[in-house]
Design a protein around this ligand. Sequence first.
Ligand SMILES: Cc1cc2nc3c(=O)[nH]c(=O)nc-3n(C[C@H](O)[C@H](O)[C@H](O)COP(=O)(O)O)c2cc1C
Length: 371
Amino acid sequence: MSATTNDDPLFAPLTAGAFELPNRIVLAPLTRSRAGQPGNVPGQLNADYYVQRAGAGLILSEATNISQIGTGYALTPGIFTDEQVAGWRLVTDAVHAAGGRMLLQLWHCGRMSHESLHPGEAPRAPSALPCDSCQVFTVDAEGRGGRTPVSPPQEMTAAEIKSTIDDYAQAARRAMRAGFDGVQVHSANGYLLHQFLASNTNHRTDGYGGSLSNRCRLLFEVMDAVLAEVPAGQVSVRLSPLFNLNGMADADPAETFGHVTDHLSRLSIALLEIADTDVMAGAEPRMESMLAFTRARFDGILMLNGGYTPERARAALAAGDGDCISFGRLFLANPDLPERIRRNGPYNEPNPDTFYGGGAEGYTDYPSLDR
Ligand SMILES: Cc1cc2nc3c(=O)[nH]c(=O)nc-3n(C[C@H](O)[C@H](O)[C@H](O)COP(=O)(O)O)c2cc1C
């Protein structure tokens, strides 16, 4: 049975902080490795891609580097040069003209990086713990791309932690200058902020490691810095508490992420996104087991992600598990996803061969129903 727009919870408008979402179908952050070269600058092709998806209740941008040293994947955009700000302005103007709303996802890869992306400097991490199973995407001198084992990281000094917090603040400021409606702090998927939170990647003995509150300190200080630039009602955070890829294995996710959630709740941010990202690697959905220490402890708008079909999304909203759903691969392959959900399909299949790198193929050429 196909739900009509009137009784479909995915099409109920939603107020989230300062945002009025016309529907609850969010474009999940999706790295596509198609930033303009040189300089990792967004351009017209990227604007076209996001405009195609402007029917989303909200667009989360692909993860965007806050600094050169925080960069972990080739061809991914940044927000730390004037050229990148101007490039993103092209994108946000186009998305706004198409009636959309868009947040920039702020990214520092930490140890998920390769030295070639910041020559002469090893990746920075909470602790000098290499990840043998971790790979990132690099491009060689001839322009050939491929997956490469990460370089061994170095432990961040106190001064480097301080400058990183400042990089987050500057990136948030630049994002607003670039016309974004707000920012999402990427604290998921095994990148820098997650590496500080998780017990297996943070073996520091200073104020940023050891106890739970110490492991959370960097994220909380980054939040203070970002909130000094962007009002809380325009800020989101992404967490992936049970993420076990990229060498992540926190000893007690319920304790760690319950504590993080309590804190974010007090900050009154617009949206907290809980991502069950392991489904990308074929894992069974585990959102149910995350709700007890996230939904139950967050007094605000909760976004759920990971392996949602429209049917499962409706059920989650109807059950009150979350307030909106972000779709990754389904939205990647279906630029008019809200319209397709409204019409009960059909859906294009995503092609993993064109997820990362390349041009328009597999990026802006997925057909809409009306073309
Ligand atoms: C091609 C691709 C790129 C991704 N890039 C990002 C990213 O930049 N930031 C992020 O937080 N998650 C990223 N993810 C994870 C997705 O946001 C999402 O969590 C995952 O795809 C599961 O949701 P889905 O089942 O709806 O696809 C990426 C996933 C894919 C498939």
